[in-house]
Design a protein around this ligand. Structure first.
Ligand SMILES: Cc1cc2nc3c(=O)[nH]c(=O)nc-3n(C[C@H](O)[C@H](O)[C@H](O)COP(=O)(O)OP(=O)(O)OC[C@H]3O[C@@H](n4cnc5c(N)ncnc54)[C@H](O)[C@@H]3O)c2cc1C
Length: 388
């Protein structure tokens, strides 16, 4: 019997498995898909995320795949005018003791997978969908869709925003829809219009929508995410292909640079912008949750995956210090809940601020101008200063 089962082999599940194995546990990862894979999109990783990757000893697998943008530029969609910027240069590295990087999700997952495969205490199993669990004396049984079960001393639910483990634990409702729909595209560098800035993270603000774009794959591709105020209609499917017509309408009066960028992709995919209100229960006995299963968030602080990496580091430490799984899990939950709650709630508030109009937008823009340059560091310190 493995000492721990991890349900879900995404970023959180693989990071949790690596952390638990480093803490001395035998781990079995059960992933529902036929292979470990991530969709084509980007992830921003602040210095806190890099520290977590270093602590998990995954950074060496990833370092050659990241891009270090020069700055995060905040721009007005209508005119292209820069409202403010956060430099990501030597002054940023000095303040935070680490770099800011962007990466393709598949490269992050591949790095975690490579580190997990090298760890003899981890067994990876695909095509294994967990449908629930059952308490047994001295442990827990993960129930699988094919009717079988696998038992271990403990279970970590890392099965994402629609977590089955969480649903059984909390009797949860569907995720909370934000009123935003997210459109994502990835384009090869050769197809990026010449006028588009490809050296920075660009955040474009418009009334009823915003766009973020940055380079990934060592600069070979550009990742674009557009978020607009839109209803999630019942016929829309999570992660489906779309012509993105309603999104392009929101930016129809944007400046040439942004319009040319949004015209460039041949393929867009869309998601509902959704999270869950933070809760104080992530587990019971030898069961806990991690990543989006524990604290799904809107992506506006670019912190969902990074929170999962931080979770894994904290879990690793408590598992190493505490022989009782239940105690280690409760210590981990208590340590992680205040921080993840703040990130989820701040991301939810940012959703309103990014798409503001009128006086609220004017106040936002004045604040961005006032805190531009190195002054922006203190605004983000609570997020980036996290240390293992
Ligand atoms: C538009 C957008 C942009 C984002 N940008 C950033 C960013 O810049 N930085 C950042 O840090 N985060 C970002 N995020 C957030 C980040 O993508 C998520 O927080 C992160 O992927 C969560 O990882 P996870 O492993 O918890 O969940 P998931 O990625 O959902 O992985 C869950 C895994 O479990 C498997 N699974 C699901 N159910 C079962 C089951 N029943 N049994 C077995 N396996 C199961 C799935 O197949 C999957 O492999 C962004 C999100 C969005 C939508």
């Amino acid at each position: 019997m493995a000492s721990l089962i991890v349900a879900g082999g995404g970023i959180a599940g693989l990071a949790a498995a690596i952390g638990a194995a480093r803490a001395g546990h035998e781990v079995l990862v059960l992933e529902q898909a036929p292979r470990f894979s991530e969709l084509g999109a980007g992830i921003q990783i602040g210095p806190n995320g890099r520290r977590a990757l270093e602590e998990l000893r995954v950074w060496p697998w990833l370092r050659h795949h990241v891009v270090h943008p020069k700055a995060i530029r905040i721009r007005r969609a209508a005119t292209g005018v820069e409202l403010g910027r956060m430099p990501l240069d030597a002054s940023f590295r000095k303040r935070f003791g680490g770099t800011y990087q962007v990466v393709h999700r598949a490269d992050l997952l591949a790095a975690l997978l490579a580190a997990a495969e090298e760890e003899p205490a981890i067994t990876l199993k695909t095509t294994s969908r967990v449908t629930g669990y059952e308490d047994i004396p001295g442990g827990i049984t993960a129930l699988l869709q094919d009717g079988s079960g696998v038992s271990a001393r403990g279970l970590i639910g890392a099965d994402g925003i629609f977590s089955r483990v969480r649903a059984q634990l909390l009797g949860d409702h569907p995720p909370r829809f934000s009123g935003h729909v997210l459109y994502r595209a990835l384009i090869p560098r050769a197809e990026v219009p010449l006028m588009v800035d490809t050296g920075n993270v660009n955040l474009w603000l418009a009334v009823h929508g915003h766009v973020v774009h940055y380079p990934v794959k060592g600069g070979a591709c550009l990742n674009i995410v557009a978020s607009i105020n839109e209803r999630w209609q019942s016929g829309m499917n999570w992660g489906e292909n779309t012509d993105a017509a309603s999104m392009k309408r929101v930016f129809a009066k944007a400046c040439d640079e942004l319009q040319s960028l949004l015209r460039a992709p041949r393929r867009w995919m869309r998601w509902a912008g959704a999270d869950r209100a933070p809760v104080n229960t992530w587990g019971a006995g030898p069961l806990t949750l991690i990543g989006d299963a524990a604290h799904p968030t809107l992506p506006y602080l670019a912190s969902g995956a990074v929170m999962a990496l931080e979770d894994a580091v904290v879990l690793m430490r408590h598992l190493a210090q505490e022989s009782s799984l239940a105690k280690a899990f409760r210590h981990y939950e208590r340590e992680r809940q205040p921080r993840t709650r703040r990130i989820v709630e701040s991301s939810w508030k940012l959703a309103r601020i990014y798409h503001a109009a009128g006086l609220m937008a004017a106040g936002r823009d004045a604040f961005i101008r006032l805190t531009s340059g190195p002054r922006s560091f203190e605004r983000m310190a609570w997020l980036y200063d996290w240390r293992p």
